[in-house]
Design a protein around this ligand. Structure first.
Ligand SMILES: [Zn+2]
Ligand SMILES: [Zn+2]
Length: 331
């Protein structure tokens, strides 16, 4: 099969002809039709995340059709079914985290497109327990970005509890998806972009947010919560400074530049800073239940599988109008 392979960090992906993976017990062989590109893919390529599997097939927002079902696999998955494969690819089910409902923190978790092969290929294998059936209202390309930007964004959003005034720092793919749910649930949204990015601010206002401005500005009201989707550490003290008492800052990314120091008075009065790591299957089930009701709409730009490097570079240069989605014609 054709695959785009990362042989070493800080190198382009290589188009390779590699053996089709073999389905294992409890698993599925999936013909990939679409795989969305995530900022995490760039962090892996850039060597910013430790110990990736090498050589590695990236990609953890995978949509495809079941080609083969392994022995003992959950009978809810049949040949021909359309499924989604997310970032969380496997957990041991047995560590203290798994046993306390926090499988996202599993000590031995395997992560799709990072510590196990992902979807920048014609085929992939997955543990069926971590796969999702996808809502029918979406076609393959448009549903792909929901599998990480949507799911992990949703986990970040849920951490904000019942915050009425919600700030979002960095209005990229994940923010755009989560803003739609937050507005649907009646939150007042305050969107912060790069200073001077009036085009993105206008786009946010069109969605119906209360306020949109630069990340160097203070919002007109104190926030009950803020989610930071940009991988820019100085946004943490900025968001903290904008919080009301008891507010929370949620860092939604896997990697961020260093956070500068800030006065303790900005954390005082029970303000909280937290991060979000991975997802649980329950996050996925909840998200795929609510997304089609909103309905959450995605914006995508498609690239052929072989153009993965171009997609990554355009993403890096902020030259995309939507989430890059690699399409294969494997099925
Ligand atoms: Zn991701
Ligand atoms: Zn575990």
């Amino acid at each position: 099969m054709r695959a785009m392979v990362l042989e070493k960090p800080r190198q382009s992906l290589q188009l390779r002809d590699v053996p089709k993976p073999k389905v294992r017990a409890g698993g599925l062989l999936v013909g990939v039709s679409a795989c969305a590109v995530c900022r995490t893919d760039l962090h892996v390529v850039d060597g910013e995340l430790p110990d990736p599997k090498l050589p590695l097939i990236l990609g953890h927002q995978i949509v495809g059709r079941v080609e083969e079902v392994g022995e003992g696999t959950d009978p809810q998955f049949k040949v021909g079914d359309r499924i989604g494969i997310p970032w969380l690819g496997w957990t041991d089910g047995d560590c203290a985290y798994c046993r306390s409902g926090r499988e996202n923190l599993c000590d031995n978790a395997r992560l799709t497109g990072y510590t196990i092969n992902g979807g920048y290929a014609e085929f992939t294998v997955a543990d069926a327990r971590f796969c999702f059936h996808l809502p029918d209202r979406y076609h393959d390309v448009e549903v792909a970005p929901l599998l990480c930007a949507g799911l992990i964004g949703y986990r970040s959003y849920r951490k904000t509890g019942h915050a009425r005034r919600l700030g979002i720092y960095g209005f990229g793919n994940a923010a755009h998806l989560i803003a739609q749910i937050a507005l649907y649930e009646g939150r007042d949204l305050f969107v912060f972009t790069r200073p001077g990015d009036t085009a993105t601010q206008q786009a946010a206002k069109k969605l119906g947010v209360v306020w949109a401005g630069g990340s160097d500005e203070m919002p007109p009201d104190k926030l009950d919560a803020a989610i930071i989707f940009a991988s820019v550490g100085p946004l943490v003290p900025a968001a903290l400074h904008a919080l009301a008492k008891g507010g929370i800052v949620v860092c939604g990314g896997i990697h961020m530049s260093d956070i500068p120091s800030f006065p303790y008075r900005d954390l005082w009065e029970e303000r909280v800073i937290t991060s979000v790591a991975n997802l649980t299957r329950r996050d996925g089930e909840e998200f795929f239940e609510i997304a089609p009701r909103v309905p959450v709409k995605t914006k995508t730009e498609t690239f052929a599988l072989e153009q993965a490097n171009t997609a990554l570079e355009e993403f890096r240069a902020a030259g995309l109008k939507g989430t890059a989605v690699l399409v294969t014609n494997a099925n």
